[in-house]
Write a protein that binds this ligand. Sequence first.
Ligand code: ADP
Length: 675
Amino acid sequence: MYEQINLLLVDDDALDRRATRRALRESGLDARIVETEDGDAAMRELRRGAFDCILLDYRLPGADGLEMLRAIRAAGITTPVIVLTGQGDEQLAVEIMKSGATDYLAKGRLSAEVLASSVRNALRIHRAEQQAAEAELQRREAQARLRQNERLLAITLKSIGDAVIATDERGCVTFMNAAAEHLTGWTAPEAIGHALDEVLPLADRASRARIDNLALHALRSTGALDTGRELLAHDRGGRIFPVVSSSAPIRSEDGAPVGVVVVLRDITERVRIEERLRFLADLSRLLASSLDYRQHLINLAQLAVPRLADWCAIDVRQSDNEIERVALACAHEADQSIALQPINPADDYGSAAVIRNGRTEYLRRITPEQLAKVTPDHRHFAEALDLISWISVPLQVRGESLGAISLGRTHGSPVFEMDDVAFAEELARRTAHAVDNALLYREAQEAIHTRDAFLSVAAHELKTPLTSMMGYAELLQRRLARSGELGERERRLVDVVNDQARRLNKMVIALFDLSRLQMGQLNIERRPIDLAALTTRIVEEVRPTLDRHTLQFTTEGAPIVISGDELRLEQVIQNLLQNAIKYSPEGGAIAIRVAQQNGWAILSVEDQGLGIPKEALPRIFRRFYRAANADAHQTSGMGVGLYVAQQIVDLHGGRVEVESTEGVGSTFTVWLPTA
Ligand code: ADP
């Protein structure tokens, strides 16, 4: 079975065309035939549609078949052409075949079989040619793609920052990209054929132990090996630096290892940044660990050597403008003796100048000219240490230089670079801040100490005249009451003098307690006390003095015995009760409860007064603290009572708690261990 064939028959002779048609019909070919009489018409047909085969008469009007054939091929038409000719001529046949015809048939011997076999043959050859052309096209495309991939790989290997080195199965270098040349210090042509171990000796970063045959290890592994392993590399110039490496075997199609590819990245910069961050973290920890600024500076100097410098000194300006060296650290023990002392504040270089000007001094590479300008002592110091690079940064707070941190690197270390200067300035900034805090703290402590000392003296000085004043006022009061010599008005005045003297006395006593507490001299004399009875007595004494407040006292009836100081506990209860009264200016009920629970005696005083602002609650037991409610209602007081009360309860092994809502009221609860 053959498919239908599209045939173009080009012949000017109608009889010949008929004969050809008949032969085709008889041949059994399923052919659709388009007939044309001359070359032009034939070209038009060829342009219009696709034909499987052309039957071309050699003798055409105007042009011969040979010209026509050449025109067809010139037009890029590859359709097989069978030339039909009247006479047989060997010479012509060769000419026709050379010009691109597929076959050559003599019209005279044109039988159905000959024609059919020629057409079939022409079609088969044409198809084979087409397939070959297609295969060739595909091969070319594949080659182009391969070349493209090779170019891409080459560009990738060239442009990535990572060093890529390939080796053969013996671990000898076969390929190296530009980054690998840079990293190792070898050029690719030099390195190729040499063992990887020779081109780039490697060691473990942590243990510094040499790593032999990295490539061969990778070769034997099953997959990617050592991804992200941190190593130390040794380049051709002797530089030792950290790298991160990944390696994997290269396998042939049958899976056999034929080499290794190792990817390496220089991580010097990353490691440096990590070390700096760790340094800052360590510094922050040290600075936070104490409030002694000298200790800060000593710690800093020790931290800086050898991580940042080989030599570090910290100088501080004293109140008399002299400069004191507070800290010194050296990488080499022997250098400790070569301290740069004393420092002349007038020097126009080094820490003296830095402190004076508040500006960093940076000598990247110390030159003989620079050394020529310093004093012989300092020159000797620099030479003895073999100093090569220097940074001195001011320790500044609020625009003032407290001192300077000086750092030196000695022969064998790299010189300081700009980023080291920036880092040193950052260190100085943080340290200065901590030093400032420590100094402020010290000042605050001193101020508190002065205040406490003053209060103690004031309490003592006030006590004596006040005691005698009180004594005489009371005497006067009694005498006047007995004699009845004075009128009602004068008697009231004397009462006022008495009351005020007593009030003043209470304040002085509170201050006394405070200074006793400060000095740890407030002592508790323990005796068994019935807290219920004590509270009952106090409530009964206070009740008659109140007109706007009512006291509601609840207790379980049974004694609640604790071991404590009766006078001091009375002071606590009085304080809570007087506060409840004082901070309920509108009057109202005050509930006092005494109970016993799980080994604790519990005393609570609840008022319906002003209440305490929420933000003040954590502070009301501090010395001298008074909440906004006290100010707002101009309630008198010193902010000492609750502090003393809490300390007394504390000395009894108990605790005081407060619950309060502004505008609703407060409840103070004292817990004391029962005896
Ligand atoms: P003072 O009463 O002399 O100011 P305290 O030490 O006794 O000192 O009390 C500290 C502060 O606590 C008071 O200034 C006041 O703001 C608040 N405070 C104490 N008790 C009460 C209370 N019952 N109600 C409201 N505020 C209170």
